[in-house]
Design a protein around this ligand. Structure first.
Ligand SMILES: *Cc1c(COP(=O)(O)O)cnc(C)c1O
Length: 673
């Protein structure tokens, strides 16, 4: 078949698969919201290889454009949260929260963390999983009912994590809690929502130490759960403990300002197992899109979007109450938690008739979260679901706008008075012609694969074909909320299943997990799998992880996070593993050997000829082999890790397969076992 025929066949097939996904209106919330991706950002960034194919900006002289974009991201996060410093994005809200809790632990070395029960459930899960490996004890509390004094008084709590507005939509004052925590030497972390923060007081006004969250609703498609950029802001005094990349402004020899990565000695590629985290790829493209959304709309535009969402929610709440339902919270932004007059199953039945997804709690409650795409007719349908007889417009006429506005944030103590996004960049590009020129001017400062090849050592950079990219912007893939019922995501499930089969065939493994959203996350997940396997065999004491010094910097950082102890293995002059040193180390640690992490081919580009012998040696001594398969293209079709003795690997689909690199993400690091 010719290339042309293959490409059109591929598109037809991906369209067919997409059709199996059902796009209902989802008001499920929980950190994921519909949004209008501005078409100009969609076309000029998301679908533009000049933005999607750069490498991570380690060479600032060829990356000034995307560094400026990421600096805008940091400014946006600092302004909206009120925090003093911000990093240039993390992988998502859950991992940002987990990173924040590890920061608290590194800061004061205390082994208990307190989580509010009003966090998004997935945030709680991620933090719990991470805490386990670090040996931290997690305490869940109801911040309104439980006695915080008695929890804090032993001075053994490193940090408290709460959400504002919380997962049920409530907005509460946390100043007292923060003061108590600080009095006991405990740090305070606030998970928040950037759109809400355009209207409500920023977390900094409660004196929190760290603010985290997702920037998804700033013009990044839902995509059934990602990729989206997480954010992380903190006090200046904590900056050296902050995870991830940070952009700084510096002055060059001729006195011009320039951008570059700042404080890199915190990071894994230099500090290895002493790094502040294993973050490498961190959704850079999506962070750039979110920042550009703020540049395009500006502070007034963002506030208009937020006010509209809030006013619709006020209206909806009034109608739902009119129809005899109980709305739990007093002050809210965009989310209502309803105890319906009808049974929950009846609400569900009615919602289904209108092809609407809501959040159904395990008790009778129902959650509804609105967003910038909601129209008056959508409100009519929601009112109908909850038994209100009439339209939204009739409701306004009946009750009156003034009455509806009584519960507004604007007339509450939470009204935001501090300014934000006053920098000229957020106030100069509000027309289409200006925003396209701005995006193009940044793009033109960078080297990407539209200019030349990028000849890097280990990271394999490739130009993802247009055909491969097109499916990414089909609504059948972009508009799905991650928590829709499975029968609405049959297309996605088919993709996962077929991709798993293909990757198993390519790697020689038996099963693949698609959860990890970067290579480093894959390493972490894979090492945790090894740890659990060893525990299941009553080998839980095994915690030594051998890592040749030719391994990627994320390897030792991930091993440390997974609760393992790193022992480096030397390399010989030609760059291959020093086998004598390996034998000696294995012998020394044979009773506690958990695994070996090997990058193959190594970052020196070497296919170790001794790979089978190495794997056998580790197995003979009770350990497992983790093979870093980030750059699997060196092996595809030639050999398979599963055949020559490896047990677990991650693959970086943003390096070897057809996910674009995006200047440091989107990432996708599935693991094979
Ligand atoms: C890129 C890379 C990683 C890290 O992957 P991220 O997606 O950036 O986290 C790990 N190992 C090797 C060999 C790599 O090249």
């Amino acid at each position: 078949m010719s290339r042309r025929t293959i490409e059109s066949a591929l598109l037809a097939r991906i369209r067919d698969i997409g059709k199996k996904n059902k796009i209902w209106r989802s008001y499920i919330g929980m950190g994921y919201y519909n949004c209008h991706v501005p078409h100009t950002i969609m076309r000029n960034m998301f679908e533009n290889p000049g933005w999607t194919t750069q490498y991570t900006p380690y060479q600032p002289e060829v990356a000034q454009g995307r560094l400026e974009g990421l600096l805008n991201f940091q400014t946006m996060v600092c302004d909206l949260t009120g925090m003093e410093v911000s990093n240039a994005s993390l992988l998502d809200e859950g991992t940002a929260a987990a990173e924040a809790m590890s920061l608290c632990f590194r800061h004061n070395k205390r082994r208990r963390i307190v989580l509010s029960s009003k966090l998004h459930p997935q945030t709680v899960s991620v933090v719990q999983t991470r805490a386990e490996a670090l040996g931290l004890d997690v305490v869940m509390v109801d911040l309104e009912k439980d006695d915080l004094d008695s929890i804090l008084e032993n001075r053994d709590v490193s940090g408290i994590l709460f959400q504002y507005p919380d997962t049920d939509g409530s907005i509460k004052d946390f100043s007292e809690m923060t003061a108590k925590a600080h009095a006991n030497g405990t740090l305070v972390v606030c998970a928040s929502d950037l759109l809400a923060l355009t209207l409500i007081r920023p977390p900094s006004e409660f004196d929190v130490d760290i603010a985290v969250g997702s920037t998804q609703r700033f013009g990044v498609p839902l995509g059934y759960g990602g990729p989206h950029a997480g954010f992380f802001g903190c006090r200046q005094s904590l900056v050296r403990l902050m995870p991830g990349r940070m952009i700084g402004v510096t002055r060059d020899a001729s006195g011009h300002d320039a951008y570059r990565l700042a404080l890199q000695t915190r990071e894994q590629h230099i500090r290895r197992d002493k790094a502040t985290s294993n973050i490498c790829t961190a959704q850079a493209l999506l962070a750039n899109m979110a920042a550009m959304f703020a540049v395009y709309h500006g502070p007034k535009g963002l506030k208009n979007i937020a006010s509209r969402v809030h006013n619709q929610t006020l209206l909806l709440a009034a109608g739902i109450r009119e129809a005899g339902n109980d709305v739990k919270e007093d002050i809210f932004f965009d989310t209502l938690c309803v105890v319906p007059a009808m049974q929950q199953s009846e609400i569900q039945h009615r919602a289904r008739q209108r092809e609407i997804n809501l959040r159904y709690y395990t008790d009778e409650r129902v959650g509804i979260s609105l967003d910038e795409t909601v129209k008056m007719t959508d409100l009519d349908d929601l009112l109908w679901v909850f038994g209100y007889q009439g339209t939204a417009e009739q409701l306004v006429e009946r009750i009156g706008l003034e009455e509806i506005q009584k519960k507004s944030i604007q007339s509450s103590p939470f009204r935001r008075t501090s300014p934000y996004l006053s920098h000229p960049v957020f106030n100069s590009h509000q027309s289409e012609s200006r925003i396209v020129r701005y995006m193009k001017s940044l793009e033109n400062k960078d080297i990407s694969l539209v200019h030349s090849m990028i000849p890097l050592g280990s990271c394999t950079m490739k130009l993802t074909s247009t055909t491969e990219m097109m499916g990414c912007s089909f609504p059948e893939f972009t508009e799905l909320h991650p928590f829709v019922p499975l029968e609405q995501s049959i297309g996605y499930l088919q993709l996962f299943q077929e991709l798993e089969e293909d990757l198993c065939e390519i790697t020689g493994y038996d099963r693949i997990s698609f959860q990890p959203n970067s290579g480093a996350q894959g390493e972490y997940a894979g090492l945790r799998a090894i740890k659990s396997y060893l525990e299941a065999r009553d080998d839980g004491h095994r915690n030594i992880c051998l890592i040749p010094i030719s391994a990627h910097g994320t390897n030792p950082a991930s091993a440390q996070m997974a609760g393992m102890k790193v022992e480096p293995i030397n390399v010989a002059r030609d760059g291959s593993i020093d086998m004598k040193h390996l034998y000696a180390k294995v012998d020394k640690h044979k009773h506690n050997l958990a695994c070996l992490m090997i990058t193959y081919p190594s970052t020196n580009g070497i296919f170790e000829e001794t790979i089978r012998e190495v794997c056998q040696l580790i197995h003979d001594n009770g350990g497992q082999v983790y093979l870093d398969g980030a750059n699997m293209n060196a092996q595809v079709g030639l050999c398979r890790p599963g055949d020559y003795g490896s047990d677990v690997s991650h693959l970086n689909l943003h390096k070897t397969f057809c996910i674009p690199h995006g200047g440091g993400g989107p990432g996708m690091g599935p693991i094979g076992v």
